[in-house]
Design a protein. Structure first.
Ligand code: ADP
Length: 542
């Protein structure tokens, strides 16, 4: 027997419709790419998103067609976002930090028909436009006065383009499992892979993000997502904030410490979200200038592990820290380190210990850890294994790749290695491809890196497994020293000694001038493995 509730498909444009009706005057503030601060509200965003829908519809963009955006967090990007999805087209957010060849590869793979972009990226796109024949038109997020001369095909300023629509248009209706948005993983191994979100998965993910133990914001709060819209829907904030009526503050192209601080201060921002690199810049700016942020209450940090010193710096400012883990394939929220009983009352180091975990999943994400053969491992906080997940906002396949990516129970292998404790708190130990397999046991490269950067002379550290005739693999520590600082191999080994198991100690240390990074700011271990493929340990003959 079926229930007798209404058929009410979970469609993304219902979110912006709700925001316009119930929170219509709530502000969206942007540091525009052109320079000045721009102010609008949810009602205007909805009205102009409808014009985007109408204009795309008139241009022949249909259900399932891909429309790309290569753009900063701005109000125009948000309008385009809902406008594209509102006719059942797919909003494909492209990461502008990728190499131009990779951008062209992704656009071709997605077969995007329209590309919307900021002034910043026009010169890059002009160089690769001939490699992207599927694009029929470029729309530049600006007005006529700021529009540059460009060779881009059918290029038009966004403001002129939507001015040709009168807004007398209705959102299209379709099935809730229809594709809504698309985001390619950064492709640190092999070609990038297209993750295809549905309307249903995005709406459910927004509801998951809306609790106090998740992103923690309400209608009375102000959220500044430093995390870009092209990074897994700005961690869901592009859906969750309008669904609650939270005021949004968009940083545009300026993500440095001083610019982010200025917006946090002048807009009285209560909540913000970004990767550790962004918070490092902000905290340095605050410390160097003896500044305060009396309105800031809540910082979400994810994308890579949040260092303990950073957690402490925010806690000391009286700010709630929410360390989060997730990935593009999970829309992206996987776990968040809220302190539930019996941990809420902890103080000092014990509290920092819990805040530093990657946390526990909200309802809608299930986890397990397994060994290489797929056997489930215990949740004892010590045993580590491959972290696998399932849920309504977790990928089951990649776009145009015909391969099964789930195990027999329907779980997706995240590629991370983790422990889970009896309370459900997960700790990432490593990426499975980076974990060092020494004599049949696993060594966490992340733990070694975290320890090494604690040495005062070390700017950045990376650990890779290098072949060893006796142990299969052993850890090689690659160190970039701080400018002007000195430390020898022995100094660093002495510093690490006694803080980890003896057999985890790196077999050697090499010093480099710079450590390579991916487009999302993670250490590029594939490049390091390549660089050191001919390396052999001094003790390798033993
Ligand atoms: P990509 O995999 O393409 O680099 P994602 O942004 O999807 O892009 O990265 C997801 C990965 O980032 C996770 O699988 C995990 O390895 C890492 N990650 C994300 N958040 C954290 C965190 N809080 N702590 C440690 N690692 C994290």
């Amino acid at each position: 027997m079926l229930g007798l509730m209404q058929d009410w498909p979970l469609l993304c444009h219902r979110i912006i419709e709700h925001a316009a009706q119930i929170h219509g005057t709530q502000e969206i503030v942007t540091r525009s790419v052109e320079g000045p601060i721009h102010r609008t509200n949810y009602k205007n965003i909805r009205d102009r998103a409808l014009k985007v829908s109408q204009r795309l519809d008139r241009d022949g963009i249909k259900l399932g067609d891909r429309v790309a955006t290569i753009a900063w967090n701005t109000w125009r990007h948000l309008e385009a976002w809902y406008g594209i999805m509102g006719i059942g087209a797919i909003c494909h957010t492209v990461n502008p930090r990728l190499f131009p060849e990779q951008i062209a590869w992704i656009v071709n793979h997605a077969q995007d028909r329209v590309l919307m972009t900021d002034l910043t990226f026009v010169p890059i796109l002009e160089k690769i436009a001939d490699k992207m024949p599927s694009i029929e038109r470029y729309v530049v997020f600006t007005d006529k006065a700021h529009m540059p001369q460009t060779t881009l095909k059918n290029a038009v300023p966004y403001e002129d383009w939507i001015a040709q629509a009168d807004g007398d248009f209705k959102w299209k209706t379709f099935e809730e499992n229809t594709a809504a948005a698309m985001c390619y993983t950064s492709g640190t191994t092999g070609d990038p892979k297209g993750v295809l979100y549905s309307h249903r998965s995005n709406v459910l993910h927004a509801l998951m993000a809306n609790t106090g133990d998740s992103l923690g914001a309400n209608a009375g709060d102000t959220m500044l997502p430093v995390v870009p819209l092209f990074h897994a829907n700005s961690w869901g904030i592009a859906f969750s904030a309008p669904s609650m009526g939270t005021k949004l503050v968009f940083p545009g192209a300026k993500l440095d410490g001083a610019s982010v601080f200025e917006l946090l201060e002048t807009e009285k921002v209560t909540h913000t979200a970004g990767v550790p690199t962004v918070w490092l810049m902000l905290l340095n700016h605050i410390a160097a200038n003896h500044l305060k942020l009396p309105h800031l209450r809540f910082v979400v940090c994810g994308g890579s592990a949040m260092p303990r010193s950073m957690i402490k710096a925010f806690v000391d400012m009286g700010v709630t820290v929410r360390h989060a883990w997730g990935m593009t394939e999970m829309s992206p929220i996987g776990t968040l380190a809220a302190l539930k009983p019996p941990f809420a009352e902890l103080e000092g180091d014990a509290r920092l210990d819990m805040l530093q975990t990657q946390g526990y999943p909200p309802f809608g994400v299930q986890m397990k850890i397994t060994d290489d053969a797929g056997k489930e491992l215990p949740w004892d906080g010590k045993t580590f294994g491959r972290l696998k997940v399932s849920g309504p906002a977790v990928s089951k396949a990649y776009f145009r790749i015909d391969a099964n990516i789930l195990d027999e129970d329907g779980y997706f292998d995240t590629g991370d290695v983790a422990t889970i404790d009896g309370h459900g708190y997960m700790r990432i130990t490593d990426r499975s491809k980076d974990v060092i397999k020494s004599g049949g046991e696993w060594i966490s490269s992340i733990d070694l890196e975290n320890l090494a950067v604690g040495h005062p002379a070390v700017a950045e550290a990376a650990v890779i497994g290098v072949h060893h005739p006796k142990w299969d693999e052993r850890p090689l520590l690659i160190v970039q020293l701080k400018q002007g600082a000195t430390a020898t191999r022995e100094d660093i080994l002495k510093y690490m000694d006694g803080k980890i198991a003896k057999w985890w100690m790196p077999d050697d240390i090499v010093f480099v001038d710079g450590i390579p990074h991916t487009a999302t700011g993670k250490i590029l271990k594939t490049a390091l493995r390549d660089q050191f493929k001919a390396y052999s340990f001094p003790n390798a003959a033993a």
